[in-house]
Structure formats: C-alpha cells, structure tokens
Design a protein around this ligand. Structure first.
Ligand code: HEC
Ligand code: HEC
Length: 311
C-alpha cells in the first residue's frame, strides 16, 4: 500500500510534531489467527524436542527448543503472568531474547531500561499501534514479575548474524502472516523495494516454529547503509552522533540501550515514534534532538546501518 500523502500534514503543537505517518511495513497489523494443527509433531535442526503448531503458538507455554542454551527462565518468561493478558515473554521475544522483528529483541538490554519500558507501556508513554499487547501486559504484571523478566533478558547475549541487512533494488512480493510476521509469496516474483525495509525470515518454516537459531533478513534500499553510517556520526548537523549516548560500537551505555545488530524494522518504528510523539518520557527527551530533522530515508538508513553492525 502507498503511504497517504495527506498523512504528511503536520500539526505543530508546543513544538511537538503530531503526525499520523506510520508506514505499514514498519507497523504490521496481526491478521486473524488460523486454527492450529495439534497432531503433527514438528522439530527444528539440532533440537531433540517436538511440538505441534498449536503448542508452538501457545501464549502461556511457548516452545523451548534449546533449554541448555540459556539460564533457567523465570515463570513469567516461560509461562506468563495473570491471564489472559499476561502472556509468556518467550512467545514473542524467544527464550534467547533475540526476538521476532515484529516485536523486538530484548537480549542484553539493561534491566533498568526494560523496567522503564514496561512502565512506559503502562502509563501511555509508549502507545503505537504495535504496542497493544505490551500495554495490556504491562497493566497486569506485578513489579516482581517485571523485575524477574528484566533480570532474565539483561544477562543474555544477542546472537551475531541473527539479523542480516541486505541492500537491494527489488524484493520478493510478501504478505503478513500469522503473528504479523512477513513471508514471501511463493512463486510471487519480485517488486521494487521502494522506500521500505522488508523483513523476511532466513528460513520460513523454522521462523514459524519459533526456532531461536533461525533469524531474519532486512532488505533495504541500495545506499541505505552508507547513508546511515554517515548520519550515525552526526552527519552535517542533521542529527547527533549516536555513540555519545549509546556507547562504543553502539552496544549500550549505562541505562541507554544497545542498538547495534537489532531488528531494523523495530529500530525504524522507534525512531519514527519518537519523532511523531508516540513514544515519550523523560529519557526519550534525549532522543528528540536526534530525530527532529530526520526524514524517512534517513531513518531507514540509520536502521539499516545499526542493524548491520555486530550486536
Ligand atoms: C504477543 C507478543 C509479545 C509478548 C508475549 C511479549 N511482548 Fe514485549 N513486545 C512485543 C511487541 C510487538 C513489542 C514492540 C512494541 C513497539 O513497537 O513499541 C514489544 C516490545 C517490548 C519491549 C520494548 C523493547 C525495547 O527495546 O524498548 C520490552 C521491554 C518488552 N517488549 C518486554 C516484554 C516482557 C518483559 C514480556 C513478558 C512479560 C513481553 N515483552 C512479552 C510483543 C510481545
Ligand atoms: C543524547 C543522548 C542520545 C543520543 C545522541 C542518541 N540517543 Fe538513541 N536513545 C537515547 C536514550 C536515553 C534512549 C532510551 C530512551 C528510553 O529510555 O526510553 C534511546 C533510545 C533509542 C532507540 C530505541 C531503542 C529501543 O530499544 O527501543 C533507538 C532506535 C535509538 N535511540 C537510536 C539512536 C540513533 C540511531 C542515534 C544516532 C543518530 C541515537 N539514538 C542517538 C539517547 C540518545
């Protein structure tokens, strides 16, 4: 779908730009779930476990294909909290914390940062159209559950190569499938990438099984990574050098989250939200000067560049 040019109209209100300009590739809407098979036992390479698709998509007991690859999961991460809103974090963010791009990665984020984000979902500071599930969850979890999940994800190491960034002129035609994940249309040919980041699984079948060892590819317009690399050092004053706050190699500094190697569509969504006012709060004030002059090409470039770095 084309972006509505009417949505480009900005309302300036006390210096804050209110723009309803959310490209659909960055804000995927979850289609109606299909009934899941509960007979066929599935497996991923290297794991001795077996689950049916119904078990794989169980929000209160998602699969743990490689239990030895991570510390023991607290109850909230493995099975969730108060039902129905309190789902298991591992469903969307995976036991590895590398997560699915339509959600976010959490591995290695500072625990206090995670706790602050849960508060931001709860109090309305983070309220984009993708955040519904997080908002509902943040409202029902206890402080102890939030802390246990934050402590769990903070010690995990993000996996190198899980998110790959590829520059291209054309990309496979794709559609939004279960859980708002994007898949290539089988035999559907290609289309121009345009001004978009199109994220597809490195292996569709394994992504559908929530295999934490099978990551994603962000297809980005040619020239994006170089554009982002230039802006990441401040550009010609369009923005502020990221490393000042996000630390050396952009791997995080104190309570400022790492951004290197993270899902590019998620990164774009956050930059855009901070620009349009869908993500606010005292710490987000520090990002205001970073995003205020950036256009979509700049934010695609920065997301592609930081996504291409080693985590
Ligand atoms: C059903 C899917 C789903 C589940 C289950 C889920 N999340 Fe999320 N989470 C999301 C989505 C989608 C986003 C991205 C929201 C946005 O774009 O702002 C997100 C974002 C986040 C973020 C923001 C990350 C960042 O870098 O700022 C945190 C923190 C988070 N989730 C924590 C949790 C915790 C803790 C749990 C378990 C208690 C959990 N999530 C369970 C879907 C989920
Ligand atoms: C002056 C300090 C500062 C600078 C410079 C800065 N950032 Fe940030 N950034 C922050 C802080 C602080 C946060 C976390 C906000 C919060 O806690 O909610 C953040 C969050 C983000 C996030 C969201 C991360 C997530 O997990 O959701 C992205 C993406 C981001 N910054 C990208 C950038 C990029 C790209 C640059 C350089 C062009 C940059 N930042 C420069 C301070 C800064």
């Amino acid at each position: 779908m084309k972006r509505l040019s009417g949505a480009l109209a900005l309302v300036m209100l006390s210096g804050v730009a209110l723009a309803a300009d959310n490209p659909d590739w960055a804000y995927p809407v979850t289609p109606k779930p299909e009934p899941h098979d509960n007979v066929v036992q599935k497996q991923v390479p290297g794991s001795s476990k077996q689950y049916t698709q119904a078990q794989i998509d169980d929000p209160y007991n998602p699969p743990d294909w490689f239990p030895d690859a991570h510390p023991p999961m607290p109850e909230i991460v493995a099975r969730g909290g108060p039902k129905p809103a309190g789902r298991a974090c591992a469903q969307c963010h995976l036991p590895s914390g590398d997560g699915h791009p339509e959600s976010s990665s959490l591995a290695g984020l500072p625990a206090n940062y995670i706790i602050r984000q849960m508060a931001a979902f709860k109090n309305g500071e983070r309220n984009n159209v993708r955040a519904g599930v997080m908002i509902a969850m943040a409202k029902v979890l206890s402080d102890a559950e939030v802390k246990a999940s934050a402590d769990y994800f903070a010690v995990l190491k993000p996996s190198a190569g899980y998110n790959k960034v590829v520059e291209t002129a054309t990309v496979a035609k794709s559609y939004l499938g279960a859980g708002a994940m994007r898949f290539a249309v089988a035999g559907g040919g290609t289309e121009p990438i345009g001004k978009r980041i199109i994220v597809l699984p490195q292996d569709e079948a394994r992504a559908k099984m929530r295999d934490p060892k099978s990551g994603f590819i962000d297809y980005v317009p040619a020239g994006s990574i170089a554009r982002g690399a230039r802006l990441a050092t401040g550009g010609n004053g369009e923005t502020v050098a990221c490393a000042i706050c996000h630390g050396p190699n952009l791997r995080g500094l104190g309570e400022v989250p790492g951004i290197s190697g993270r899902p590019a569509t998620y990164m774009f969504r956050q930059l855009n939200d901070m620009k349009t006012g869908k993500r606010t709060g005292p710490w987000v004030e520090l990002m205001k000067q970073v995003v205020v002059k950036l256009d979509d090409d700049d934010m695609i470039g920065l997301s592609a560049y930081i996504g291409s770095l080693n985590p």
